[in-house]
Design a protein around this ligand. Structure first.
Ligand SMILES: Cc1cc2nc3c(=O)[nH]c(=O)nc-3n(C[C@H](O)[C@H](O)[C@H](O)COP(=O)(O)O)c2cc1C
Length: 333
């Protein structure tokens, strides 16, 4: 099975993806957080973020076709877009194609009220007509530009009926795969996963299917793999932020040779990754507040992988010297 790193706005930034690929690896593709429209054009900040990945590639354009990945680091990045109409979709897809990417993911799952109320993300799932017009556009672009599209979606905003009403349209569109997070938008990221609907979708979906939701261990990955042999992959978000070695551990276990990583090695790698992100934050932002607010998000989900006391100290640090001391205390544990 492919292991894909889910997009997480505010966490899996360009520098995070690059450092993760260099230090932990095991990920077949990193999905960048969504690119959206702002003041009538593709948001600059989001475009810069996927630009960072291109900086990794020396001589990025290979005979006109950009590789969706980074040769030096193996950080293959797939940009994602979120749109509420075919016009928005076209503008965003154009901006990404201009950068030379050859694969784009389309978001139909974001549950943030700001997006849902604007008819984007999970807010689009009940609008069969608009989805159909976007899928028609995907079909055209795929033929004209030799570009691949995938869809990342939930079961619905309010009911799983929404996904099943869309499935014939999706099945008829030339998609590379569908990633399904089997929750409703109204549940946000909590509450039970609807496995019954997942299984129905798995059976009725004609595209390669990627599962996403609440995966935190290699044993869960193995269970999904054996339970659903047609699955093309697993996409992991918070579980990978919490244990960045997860993908590599899964891959190593399938190699039969390697065992899972020791807690000390995991901590050392986390510290190495932190070093790169911290350096980037200090050279990009100014003042303790800005720097700390950016770098602290690196630790937010890591509580299960690091000693409790140090985690608390890092959270509480109010300036850079307190923060540095807190991070240093991790080495003493
Ligand atoms: C803070 C946060 C930001 C997210 N940003 C995105 C995003 O930009 N695009 C997207 O498709 N999903 C986004 N997601 C959803 C995740 O990609 C993923 O589908 C979700 O967390 C469930 O998977 P997990 O249980 O493995 O984390 C975000 C989730 C969180 C918690």
């Amino acid at each position: 099975m492919q292991v894909l790193f889910a997009p997480l706005q505010g966490y899996t930034t360009g520098i995070y993806r690059k450092a993760h690929a260099e230090i932990f690896g095991g990920v077949d593709a990193y999905y960048a957080p969504f690119l959206r429209m702002e003041n009538g054009r593709p948001r600059e900040k989001d475009l810069r973020d996927i630009g960072d990945d291109h900086d990794l590639i020396t001589g990025a354009r290979i005979t006109g076709a950009m590789v969706n990945g980074a040769k030096r680091t193996g950080a293959k990045t797939i940009p994602q877009i979120i749109a509420n109409s075919v016009n928005e979709f076209r503008a965003l897809a154009d901006a990404i194609m201009q950068k030379g990417f050859t694969e784009i993911d389309f978001n139909m799952g974001c549950p943030f009220p700001m997006q849902v109320s604007r008819h984007r993300g999970a807010g689009l799932l009940s609008d069969t007509q608009t989805v159909k017009s976007i899928m028609d556009e995907i079909a055209q672009l795929t033929v004209k530009n030799s570009i691949k599209f995938s869809v990342k979606m939930r079961l619905g905003q309010n009911s799983p009926d929404e996904a099943f009403a869309l499935l014939p349209i999706l099945n008829a569109t030339p998609l590379a795969h569908i990633t399904l997070h089997p929750r409703l938008g109204k549940q946000q990221y909590k509450g039970a996963i609807d496995f019954t609907s997942f299984v129905r979708f798995y059976e009725e979906c004609r595209h390669p299917l990627v599962y996403n939701g609440d995966i935190t261990s290699v044993s869960q990955m193995r269970k999904m793999e054996s339970g659903y042999p047609k699955l093309a992959g697993i996409m992991i978000g918070r579980g990978m932020l919490a244990r960045p070695s997860l993908a590599a551990e899964y891959k190593a276990a399938s190699d039969t040779s390697a065992a899972s990583i020791s807690e000390r090695d995991l901590l050392n790698k986390i510290l190495e990754m932190h070093g790169k992100l911290y350096e980037h934050a200090r050279s990009t932002y100014q003042g303790d507040n800005q720097i700390l607010s950016h770098i602290k998000s690196f630790w937010e989900y890591l509580e299960p992988s690091i000693p409790k006391k140090a985690f608390k100290k890092i959270k509480k640090a109010g300036n850079q010297s307190e923060y540095d001391a807190a991070v240093l205390s991790l080495n003493m544990e």
